[in-house]
Write a protein that binds this ligand. Sequence first.
Ligand SMILES: [Cu+2]
Length: 145
Amino acid sequence: MRIFNLFSLCIVFALSLSACRQQPVEPLQINDAWIREAPPGASAMAGYMRITNNAENNIILHSASSPAFKAIEFHRSIEKDGVYKMEPHLHLHIASNTTIELKPGDYHLMMFNPTNTLKEGDTAVVKLFFSDKQVVSTTIPVKKA
Ligand SMILES: [Cu+2]
């Protein structure tokens, strides 16, 4: 009887441990990612997402790559004296416990030379390379604007 009690206590303990482990807060979260559909033959497409840094350290997004594109750069759309242009950024800084929003008219992924025509409903796997050797792979759907 005593052994049985000890055994069931262990099970309860193990279950509660696994319950605790079910929802860890990811240090890096990617939400609401999408790629804006472009006309066939377009030389570049724009990608958007929210990146949340839940860690205690500031992080840097160094680069991004995808087998679906020849190259990916970080851009920010800016308006100066009524003229719109895109400003390249070598990397993006994301402070501790903040979210950076890549959205139309602001920061975005500039995704060059798609290897295949991507239409609404298609997806592209994109790898994001952060400081501290963190790599996040995310599957991004193509949507109409
Ligand atoms: Cu751009």
